[in-house]
Design a protein around this ligand. Structure first.
Ligand SMILES: Nc1ncnc2c1ncn2[C@@H]1O[C@H](COP(=O)(O)OP(=O)(O)OP(=O)(O)O)[C@@H](O)[C@H]1O
Ligand SMILES: CC(C)(CO)[C@@H](O)C(=O)[O-]
Ligand code: BAL
Length: 281
């Protein structure tokens, strides 16, 4: 497995491979890898010949400086996992390599109304930061395909809007959410959960599963009300939002007849903010 710290070195590695017709996949991550990330690498291997995983904790998408500071960075563990998974190359630039003129350089694109909903409401400017770095990663790798997890449902929509904005010919593949045996969605931030938090965190997947299992039996309002009631008696868990939304617009769903419905949740569990979602239909 090759390791690259500069765009120049990465491009030099990829150039002859692309010239010989190899298809390249990019798996962007912020490191602290788990089996959710590895599932993206495996799916990438089914869709391309050369797999590049990027590890970069992107400062411009963090709205809480403490969250950025305490983001886990177990780099040796990450490299071992990627090597075992058969990843071909890891791109791990530093901040100066990705933001040569400073992390506050000018960037603003129209991502549509959905930018300001849900995560966009609680993490203002988050998707400008995400699309800014993903565009830089796309420019560095020029991949044929790029893999993103459904766990960050809104992120996938935003990245597709960014691709449309720049008319980039990259295929986006959305990968299913990988969960722990008890249902908790795998996430790098799970490492911050205390033993009690870890138990309490199950309320996210349970409330989503409730909606999926009972969709036929209740109205949308009743489903949302009952799902939110899961959070009433869980000490140390603070719900940011729980919504059943249209999967294209992320606006609250108006009718059960809509063809593309997803339940999305974000909650603080102890000091750790987690998100999760389930596609209902
Ligand atoms: N449980 C999961 N299943 C599938 N894909 C996932 C899972 N968790 C994260 N991903 C995907 O991996 C990619 C990199 O995500 P990231 O490095 O931010 O990890 P994360 O576990 O989501 O961390 P965080 O705690 O920051 O949310 C994203 O496309 C994300 O959606
Ligand atoms: C796509 C991404 C790597 C951009 O920093 C990040 O938002 C993530 O890990 O989901
Ligand atoms: N996986 C989403 C990246 C973030 O929380 O900033």
């Amino acid at each position: 497995m090759e390791i690259f710290k500069t765009k120049e070195a990465l491009k030099a590695y990829l150039k002859p491979l692309k010239a010989s017709g190899k298809k390249v996949a990019l798996v962007p991550t912020m490191g602290a890898l788990h089996n959710g990330h590895i599932s993206l690498i495996k799916l990438a291997q089914e869709n391309a010949d050369i797999i590049i995983c990027s590890i970069f904790v992107n400062p411009t998408q963090f709205t809480d400086p403490k969250d950025l500071e305490k983001y886990p960075r177990p780099i040796e563990h990450d490299l071992a996992m990627l090597n075992d998974a058969g990843c071909n190359g890891v791109f791990m630039p530093n901040v100066a390599e990705m933001y040569p003129s400073g992390a506050d350089e000018n960037w603003h694109i129209d991502l549509g109304k959905a930018e300001f909903l849900l995560e966009g409401e609680f993490r203002k400017g988050h998707y400008q930061g995400v699309t800014q770095i993903v565009k830089k990663l796309f420019d560095a790798v020029e991949p044929d395909v790029a893999m993103f997890g459904q766990k960050d449902f809104q992120q996938v929509l935003m990245i597709k809007n960014m691709l449309a904005h720049f008319k980039l010919p990259i295929k986006i593949i959305t990968c299913p959410i990988i969960r722990e045996d008890d249902g908790l969605a795998m996430s790098s931030r799970n490492i911050h959960l205390s033993e009690t938090d870890r138990k309490n965190a199950l309320v996210l997947s349970k409330s989503l599963q409730f909606v999926a299992d009972n969709f036929a039996s209740y109205s949308l309002n009743e489903l949302e009300k009952q799902a939110k009631s899961f959070y009433h008696n869980v000490e140390g868990v603070e719900l940011d939002y729980f919504t059943i939304a249209n999967g294209d617009t992320l606006e609250p769903s108006k009718s059960k007849d809509e063809s593309n419905l997803v339940a999305l949740v974000a909650a603080k569990v102890g000091n750790t903010r987690l998100i999760d979602n389930m596609i209902i239909k």
